[in-house]
Design a binder for this molecule. Sequence first.
Ligand code: NAD
Length: 435
Amino acid sequence: MDFKTDLNYRKEVLTTLLHQVVLHEKEIINALYLDFKKPAFETVLTETSYIVTELKETIKNLKKWAKPKAVLPSILNFPSTDFIYKEPYGKVLVIAPWNYPYQLALAPLIAAVAAGNQVVLKPSELTPKTAAVLATIISKTFGPEHVEVVQGGVAVSQELLAQRWDYIFFTGSVPVGKIVAKAAAIHLTPITLELGGKNPCIVDQTAAIACAAKRIVWGKFINAGQTCIAPDYLLVQKDVYNELIKHLKEEIILAYGQNPRNSPDYARIINHKNWKRLAERIDPKKIVHGGQTDPEDNYIAPTLIAETTVDSLLMQEEIFGPILPILTYTNATDLQQIVSTYEKPLSLYVFTKNNAFARKIITSYSFGGGCINDTIIHFSNKRLPFGGVGHSGMGAYHGALSFNVFSHHKSIVKKANWLDLPMRYAPYKDKLKTI
Ligand code: NAD
């Protein structure tokens, strides 16, 4: 079968993939639990059901997305009909992270296959159980000449990056994103970089505080804070600081109980190295809530930190764990000073009832995407492009856009022969005066 040209084959194989992912759902839930105690509900919500929806949507729309698109011709070319053809790039490399190891591996893979590419997927080595199920699903669906999973760590990733690809889709950290960009530059390979950053979450004095606290706690502590678009730090207008802290504490207890270690709904830190990095960043003097850690279990409780400075260790880089520093601000100048300390983040959140303030925040700062009065849910609307800007990434995907990411858009003008206006042809003589 020629997956490059045969749309029916692409649909068929994606339908087989759908069958396989449904068949292996329980295994994926189990694998993610073994990898870092990811709760089953969170796996279904953020990984498996997301992929099933993405597959159904892609299968349904594949022919529409792949069809050459007629566009209005230019009057200068009259008479012509103009089209955009979608052409597969060819060989695509997808490198995935560990934090949503199933969804962030399969979503780009599905789009790359839909667009007619050959794909090599390198899942993260830090979630080996999930990577093993992914490899099984892929080998039961595709021949290795079409889609292949290559497992391994940094060395394997670097070997792959040393090869020539027609497109590289990378999701992961900023430093590794730079390595990918350098490797791609050697062959002028186009890339998408889905990276991270320090995502601010602003709460002003008009915000619906109880509701804000509930939505912040969910968006921050889902996946134990290991979410690229999780609020990294809170910026709270000083008049509502105490009220917000009170509600944040209540919401943490409501969600995970007095001892989150016993909660079936709370994941663990991915490994000891990350646990140590995070544990070292908790300053006991600044703990407002939580702070308990256990290296045996890679456990860190949902932790609130009263932060006063951007110079602390916690505020130096993306946290990527269940520690939430809370800073206060008085006015727009304070806000500006703090937010602009950092590179452009992947997301930004603002809680307010003041529409003018929300608009000002959204338009004043550059960031990948975000929400007004909620956290992380912009991810779930397939009609919204998902991606970063500046250091948080380049390129965006989701829904129909994902198909376009993996397609070269080839412009074609089909000229008619029945009329051939002489205007453009030499000798030009006095033609310059007529344009
Ligand atoms: P990572 O950059 O360490 O690893 C990602 C992938 O790159 C893995 O498959 C890994 O094997 C490979 N890799 C690691 N080091 C490498 C090297 N030196 N050379 C070549 N390949 C290498 O990222 P991670 O720890 O898996 O994920 C966490 C990061 O990813 C966070 O910064 C987070 O914000 C970001 N992230 C972004 C998104 C997004 O959609 N924008 C989603 C999830 C995670």
